[in-house]
Design a protein around this ligand. Structure first.
Ligand SMILES: NC(=O)c1ccc[n+]([C@@H]2O[C@H](COP(=O)([O-])OP(=O)(O)OC[C@H]3O[C@@H](n4cnc5c(N)ncnc54)[C@H](OP(=O)(O)O)[C@@H]3O)[C@@H](O)[C@H]2O)c1
Length: 418
């Protein structure tokens, strides 16, 4: 595709993102790109575009030799994978926003890009309007990326903000998010962390060359966070956020997870309120950099799709440099994390698994402790997701120094737990 070539687009999906793209493209004639056909699922729906543009036959787009770019923005990840695979195999460049599909099929999509030589871009799939994928690919193309931590899901951030600032309980905050269109009508994908871990799986590929299926990453959402946790956070001058993070350890391996976390008031992520997203990247010499913007919504997401379409004009493609040109990093669960855990009944807390306990509050109806656990315990066991237990990481949660084990017995005794 050369810089002067007309881009003729076949668009799959005309929902929040697809219609947004259609409108945004009408306002950017300089792009020299046009939508030839739009494939949707339900032909009966009223559309804000000419009838002759629409079809329900995917082959009208995938087999049209005039169409050189397929934009896939549908909400069915298996159908999306079929569409994207066929499009690449048919020699078309592809732009997608479907994070679930990409996270679940990344190895196959890498193979297809290699075998077909076609570009496959998906900036909108992680943090929508924030250009984080291209920055990780191009700017942080070195071995000095110490850590990346991010708020990647706007719905959960909105709910936590309302719980924290307006003292709403979880259910009230969720209803408000749904009323304002920030949460799905079935909100479990957002609230239970699935959406965030999908985005994290694909960002790990670009940050560290790690190909981890989402189900292998330790994650949870905010479904167990209680108003009482927000009160404790406030007392300690912390916020609570659902944070996706990856950190390079001294042994060169990478710790990665998506969990609720206490955030200090002066942390960049504390600034990220309501439905916004934020990413903090820490690298060897540049120290910390902070990206902030809208992580969802019709126009913000369409703007990232548009930017990918535009990048096709100058033959841009992801090179997956960390995967193919550097030695890829490996994930590890051999480290420790400092956690806050609140609970109704101590019998569900495996006290012997803690290295030590620093705080212990058992007076109130809802009890909590702050202690250190092997991360492997979170990876292997499920107790911390059940029985109304709320687990929140402390600020700077990762502990690498295993020597601290020596303190275990003594501190447990001091805390009165043993
Ligand atoms: N919304 C956001 O803010 C946002 C942000 C970043 C990424 N994304 C991702 O972008 C994608 C689209 O999201 P959305 O919010 O625009 O979804 P949406 O509003 O629910 O729209 C989905 C569209 O896909 C169409 N569709 C579903 N299955 C299809 C199929 N098999 N063939 C052709 N069309 C099909 C639907 O057709 P009908 O209109 O006929 O029902 C509809 O137009 C998702 O993967 C989502 O995760 C969304």
């Amino acid at each position: 595709m050369d810089a002067h070539q007309q881009l003729t687009i076949g668009l799959f999906g005309f929902g929040v993102v697809g219609e947004g793209l259609y409108k945004v493209m009408q306002q950017t004639p300089s792009l020299n790109a046009s939508i030839k056909k739009i494939c949707i699922k339900h032909p009966g729906k009223k559309r804000n575009a000419p009838d002759e543009l629409f079809t329900t036959d995917k082959n009208e787009l995938l087999s049209d030799p005039d169409i050189n770019v397929i934009v896939e923005v549908i909400d069915d990840s298996e159908a999306a994978f079929q569409i994207v695979s066929t499009a690449l195999s048919n020699g078309k460049a592809v732009v997608s926003a479907s994070k679930k599909m990409i996270a679940e099929h990344l190895p196959a999509l890498l193979e297809l890009q290699q075998s077909t030589g076609q570009p496959f871009l998906y900036e909108a799939a992680a943090c929508a309007s924030i250009p984080v994928i291209r920055n990780l690919e191009e700017y942080y193309d070195n071995d000095l990326l110490h850590s990346i931590k991010a708020i990647v899901n706007g719905s959960t951030n909105f709910i936590l903000t309302k719980m924290f600032e307006e003292k709403l309980d979880f259910k009230q905050a969720l209803i408000l998010a749904q009323q304002l269109g920030f949460a799905e009508s079935d909100p479990s994908l957002d609230v239970e962390g699935f959406d965030a871990v999908n985005k994290w799986a694909l960002l790990l590929g670009h940050a560290y060359g790690i190909l981890a299926p989402p189900q292998t990453i330790v994650f949870t959402g905010i479904q167990n966070v209680q108003a009482g946790d927000a009160a404790v956070a406030k007392e300690k001058n912390f916020h609570i956020k659902l944070v996706a993070q990856a950190q390079k350890l001294q042994n060169g391996k990478v710790a990665a997870f998506v969990l609720p976390q206490f955030i200090r008031n002066d942390d960049h992520l504390a600034f990220v309120r309501n439905e916004y997203n934020g990413v903090v990247i820490e690298s060897g010499f540049a120290d910390k950099q902070f990206f902030y913007g809208k992580g969802a919504g019709s126009f913000p997401t369409a703007s990232a799709v548009l930017s990918d379409i535009s990048a096709l004009r100058y033959q841009y493609r992801y090179e997956y440099k960390k995967l193919y040109h550097h030695r890829p990093h490996q994930l590890t669960d051999d480290f420790y994390v400092k956690v806050y855990i609140s609970f109704d009944d101590i019998k569900y807390i495996p006290r012997d698994k803690f290295e030590w306990v620093e705080e212990w509050h058992a007076m109130e109806e809802r009890k909590y402790l702050v202690g250190v656990l092997p991360f492997r315990e979170l990876a292997a066991e499920n107790w911390w997701r059940q029985h109304n237990i709320s687990l929140i990481l402390t600020p700077d949660p990762v502990i690498e120094d295993i020597e601290l084990r020596r303190l275990k017995k003594k501190s447990l005794e001091l805390a009165g737990v043993l």
